[in-house]
Design a protein around this ligand. Structure first.
Ligand code: GTP
Ligand code: MG
Length: 200
């Protein structure tokens, strides 16, 4: 997939504010600070389309980006940020959950996991949940530039083993928004999933 145009469309704080058209959607899911906005930017080759933050937990809305005037990238609020009050955290959780469960246009979810750490309990919960609701997803192992090169092969194998048991996990890809590693792979897998969801 080649991205020719990308523009911010809207930030939705609830499901009623979501676009009313039928364009297909690719959602970016992961804990706060894992690199969702940076991934959106890198895929689009834009520095500040989605605002990457040094302020974890800042993305509180579902941010919609229109890609090639034919589909949306949806940057979801990050989960698991401890400093956010419990009440707000649970309302974001519900928003994300309702979106994932009810959005018919959703073609594939990019589930981001920080490659410097083991998947968190919440990460594994989200993955189990995506699988249960039969939503195709791709595991993107972010910040791969921070992992020593020599450790990557074993790390990647372990991650593939961990996610192999999930039927709806379509691939596991290391990615760095700094070096661009994984960019073309992620775009290719998105294109594949879009074709698959058209056929379905
Ligand atoms: N070294 C390195 N740093 C990264 C990479 N991707 C993101 N970062 C840094 O990690 C921090 C968080 O990145 P964001 O893209 O804002 O993360 P996010 O998941 O959108 O965060 P929230 O919107 O708060 O949920 C920023 O300081 C980024 O510069 C990467 O591939 N490599
Ligand atoms: Mg963000």
């Amino acid at each position: 997939m080649r991205i020719a145009t990308a523009e911010f469309v809207l930030g939705a704080a609830n499901l009623r504010q979501l676009p009313k058209d039928d364009l297909r959607e690719i959602a970016f899911l992961g804990r706060s600070n894992v690199g969702k906005s940076s991934l959106v930017n890198k895929l689009c080759n834009r520095k500040a389309l989605a605002r990457p933050s040094n302020d974890p937990g800042k993305t509180r809305e579902l941010n919609y980006f229109l890609i090639n005037k034919e589909l949306y990238f949806v940057d979801l609020p990050g989960y698991g940020y401890a400093k956010v009050p419990e009440q707000i955290r649970s309302s974001w959780g519900k928003l994300i959950e309702q979106y994932l469960k009810s959005r018919r246009q959703l073609s594939v979810v990019l589930q981001l996991i920080d490659s410097r750490h083991e998947p968190t309990e919440l990460d594994m919960m989200m993955v189990g949940w995506l699988d249960y609701y039969e939503i195709p997803f791709i595991i993107v192992l972010t910040k791969s530039d921070k992992l020593p090169r020599s450790k990557m092969p074993n790390y990647l194998k372990a991650a593939r083993d961990t996610f192999a048991r999930f039927r709806y996990c379509k691939d596991v890809v290391p990615f760095s928004s700094i070096t661009g590693e994984g960019r073309s792979e992620v775009l290719a897998i998105i294109a594949e999933q879009l074709t698959a969801s058209t056929a379905a």
